[in-house]
Every structure is written in structure tokens, then in C-alpha cells.
Design a protein around this ligand. Structure first.
Ligand code: SF4
Ligand code: SF4
Length: 460
């Protein structure tokens, strides 16, 4: 239940101190980089954008009113559409507790209702991510993609383990028919089988390579998504990023420290948890592209999301990465665009970046000199054809740390910008709250008893 807590900084470490009537005092490590933590609170802040519509009212108080209720402070940068509970894996780490034994799929009518709700809340959703379970196993998977395409969704993603892409002839080609503004969000926990055996319960490295070969052949936009657990694959972050940079189809990597929710077998929170600040440090130390100033908090939800952007070289030089923050101050990235983590779809921001890069390198030159200065720039930042910086030139690292049963903080969860549509199509719920309090039977077994304890004068 909701209890008092405060954040305490001790040297470089930041803790959440909770005092609960039922569980006593608990101390949870939030960050081991106090300076970065402070900058998240004091510098990387921006007026939030709201949803266009609230689906619930304020009755019990946060987090019992999801959602999105009027107390929520951030629209959905990513809206998740879970279309099935079924999966061909049974990963020990699965926040949705999916698996072969679960055979429930959302009907097409349900999916339409969920999609319509997303559009009502967001009008033109930045990103809709089709997820599950393993969404490619839904019997009407392609009809669902078609339904998505009839709505004003800016960018569509399919969150997949890649097995069907790897094994089924013609499947990747059919997916590629939905490009552009279409992306594969491919589970990828490491280059060999050691991490997948622990996190996925199977040896998957060959399957992932085969899926990536096909996606590379098609140059179909792909984000690799690594779930990170201490001692399992946190030491492989640099290797994963270097591998990703060498794949033509890969537009970025999302690094997700394990989120302790759902089925999370063998996880010991005291020893296995990774913080965003630790992952950020690994990115800087183990990947020879980004430095401290390049990996910055995302202002929609700075506690939980950090990002670094680079521009790929053009043509066959696609492996060359130039960090964007070397050319554009982080402040401009924060202020120049709408409040969203999908900057590459933001024409206003891309325009600003183009202008900024151009003016930075042409100061003091006449038109001819400016052209030459920009020409010189092409050596280190090849072919920045402002403002048409194509998505295939983007390489983006996102560190996404979801709040879980240990770190749940009501100040922070109100800023959550990943919203999940409920199967009945009536609510959108912040992803973190959904997995801890609302998913499947949790709403009746965990949330309902907590609501009954809430004593507010207007609840009889
Ligand atoms: S998490 Fe957001 S939507 Fe849910 S109750 Fe709190 S403020 Fe409302
Ligand atoms: S994590 Fe993904 S691949 Fe693994 S069981 Fe869950 S839905 Fe399936």
C-alpha cells in the first residue's frame, strides 16, 4: 500500500527510504550517480504534454485510479497494444507471464477498440508498439497490422522474439511491406547463449542471427532490446552495442534493467538489481562512441529514461557513428522538439538540428565559405542534408528502467510515458503500474484489497 518515503543521498548513492506500517523500513538503491540524479531533477525538466482525454477519474488516489486519470502528468510517447498472451517461449524473465500454455488472443473487435482508445487519447500516437505474448503468433496478426495502418499512427513497432522472422520463409518480406514508419523491436540479450539460457530458458543466439540477417537484407528498421540482469549480461553491454552498430538495419538499442514484475524466476532484488546509472556508466565505459555529456536524461521521464543519439555515416560507411550531442547542445535536444523520446520523427526538431549544425559550421563565412565549411563537416558528420536526416542514419541508445515493486514512487510514476491499453479497450495504464497492480488477475487480487483500505472522505 501507499506509504511515506524519502530520497536520501549518501555520497554518490541515492536511496529510497520507505516506512511502511506493514513491512517496516526498506532502503532501495535508486542510483549510484548522485550528480546525474540531481541533473535529472534540476536541469532536464520540461513542461509535460498531456493526453487529449482522461479515461478514469480521481477517486482512490494514485496509483489506484489508472488510467489515464487527470493526475497523470505525461502523455504516452509509446502506447502498447498487447494482442495475445500466447508465446512460443516461456522466458524465466517475462513481465507478462506469457507462454505456450496461455492461448488467449485478443479478438479483432477488442483490438479495434484498444486502438481507437489509443487514438482518442493521443490523436496522432507517436508510437504504437504491438506486443504480447509473442504478437506474431496471433492468428490475425497481419489484419491487426492493417487495422493499425488505417489509423493516424506515426510509427508502428512489433515487439518480437524474432523466431517467426528467422524460421518462416517470406515472413520478414511481408513485414517489410509495412515500412516506412515501421520497426521491429527485437529481443536481443547478448551475442551468445549464456544470457538467453538464463533469461529466456533457451539457446537462441543462432535464431537471433538468422532473424537479423533477414532484417539486414531488407534494411528493415530494427531496435535491439536487451533485458539486463547483473552478473548475467551487464558485462556485455559494450559488446551488444558494438554488434548493433555493425548491423545496417539497426537503428538503436534499448537497454532494460530487469523489471521485477510478472514471472521473474531466480531474481534476487538485493543482489541482481541494476540501476539506470550503472547501465549508463557501462555504455560510456564499454562502448567507444559516447561520453558522459552524450547520454542524457529524457525530459518526459528523466528518472527512468536516458538516451544517446548518433548519426550513422552514409552508404557503406554506416558503421561510423558521430554522437549528435557533439554537434548539438543537449539543451537544444531538450528544448527543440516536442516532449517525446522519438526525436527522429520530429520534423520541428530535425529542422532545428539541421539549422544548428549548419550555422555552427558556417559562422563568419559568406555563402561560398559556408558551403565549403559544411563540405568540411561532411568528413566527420557525413552528409547532413539538413533537414532531411533520414531514419536510416539514426543510431539511438535508450536506457529504460521501469519502476517495479521495489522502486515504485508515485511522484515518478505519474510521468510514465509508456501506456498499455487494457484488453477491454476502456483504459490506458502506465506500463509500470500495469505490471505491478493491474495486469490479469492482479487488479482483483492485489489492487482491489488495497483500494478497500483507502480512506477518503468522498468514498463511502
Ligand atoms: S499512475 Fe497516473 S494514471 Fe495511474 S493513478 Fe497515478 S496519476 Fe493516475
Ligand atoms: S518475454 Fe517475450 S518471448 Fe519471453 S515468454 Fe514473454 S512474451 Fe514470450
Amino acid at each position: 500500500m501507499v506509504c511515506d518515503a524519502k530520497e536520501i543521498i549518501e555520497g554518490e548513492r541515492v536511496y529510497l527510504w520507505k516506512r511502511c506500517l506493514h513491512h517496516g523500513v526498506q532502503r532501495v538503491l535508486l542510483s549510484d550517480d548522485a550528480d546525474y540524479f540531481r541533473r535529472c531533477r534540476e536541469v532536464f525538466l520540461k513542461k509535460p504534454e498531456q493526453v487529449f482525454r482522461h479515461n478514469t477519474g480521481v477517486r482512490y488516489g494514485c496509483p489506484y485510479d489508472c488510467g489515464i486519470c487527470p493526475d497523470h502528468e505525461q502523455h504516452g510517447c509509446v502506447c502498447v497494444l498487447e494482442i495475445t498472451d500466447h508465446c512460443n517461449l516461456s522466458c524465466p524473465t517475462c513481465f507478462a507471464s506469457s507462454g505456450p500454455d496461455r492461448v488467449t488472443h485478443r479478438s479483432l473487435d477488442q483490438v479495434r477498440k484498444m486502438l481507437d482508445l489509443i487514438v482518442m487519447n493521443e490523436h496522432e500516437p507517436d508510437v504504437v508498439q504491438i506486443s504480447g505474448g509473442e504478437p506474431t503468433l496471433h492468428p490475425a496478426f497481419f489484419e491487426i497490422l492493417d487495422e493499425c495502418r488505417t489509423r493516424p499512427i506515426r510509427h508502428l513497432m512489433v515487439n518480437t522474439n524474432g523466431i517467426r522472422i528467422a524460421k518462416e520463409e517470406g515472413f520478414a518480406e511481408r513485414l517489410a511491406g509495412y515500412a516506412p514508419s515501421f520497426e521491429i523491436y527485437l529481443q536481443f540479450d547478448g551475442l551468445d547463449d549464456s544470457a538467453t539460457k538464463t533469461l529466456r530458458g533457451a539457446e537462441l543466439s543462432r535464431v537471433k542471427r538468422r532473424a537479423l540477417d533477414k532484417l539486414n537484407e531488407l534494411n528493415l528498421a530494427t531496435t535491439l532490446v536487451a533485458t539486463l540482469r547483473r552478473g548475467v549480461n551487464d558485462m556485455s553491454i559494450g559488446e551488444i552495442l558494438s554488434f548493433a552498430a555493425a548491423q545496417r538495419c539497426v537503428r538503436g538499442v534499448t537497454l532494460q534493467p530487469v523489471h521485477d514484475a510478472g514471472r521473474n524466476t531466480g531474481f534476487t532484488p538485493e543482489t541482481d538489481r541494476l540501476t539506470l546509472s550503472e547501465v549508463r556508466r557501462r555504455v560510456i565505459q564499454d562502448f567507444d562512441v559516447f561520453e558522459h555529456q552524450d547520454v542524457i536524461p529524457v525530459p518526459c521521464h528523466p528518472d527512468c529514461v536516458a538516451m544517446a543519439y548518433a548519426i550513422r555515416g552514409s552508404g557503406d560507411d554506416y558503421r561510423t557513428l558521430s554522437p549528435l550531442t557533439r554537434y548539438v547542445p543537449a539543451e537544444l535536444l531538450i528544448e527543440g522538439g516536442r516532449n517525446t523520446i522519438i526525436y527522429e520523427g520530429d520534423a520541428e526538431l530535425l529542422g532545428n538540428i539541421g539549422e544548428r549544425i549548419f550555422s555552427a559550421f558556417s559562422t563568419g563565412h559568406g555563402p561560398k565559405g559556408a558551403a565549403r565549411a559544411l563540405g568540411d563537416l561532411l568528413c566527420c558528420l557525413p552528409r547532413v542534408d539538413s533537414p532531411e536526416l533520414g531514419y536510416d542514419r539514426v543510431f539511438r541508445v535508450i536506457i529504460m528502467q521501469f519502476l517495479d515493486r521495489h522502486t515504485m514512487d508515485l511522484r515518478s510514476i505519474r510521468k510514465s510515458c509508456v501506456h498499455v491499453a487494457t484488453p477491454d479497450g476502456t483504459r490506458l495504464i502506465p506500463f509500470d503500474a500495469y505490471n505491478v497492480l493491474y495486469r490479469d488477475e492482479l487488479e482483483s487480487t492485489v489492487l482491489a484489497p488495497l483500494r478497500r483500505r483507502v480512506q477518503l472522505p468522498w468514498i463511502s
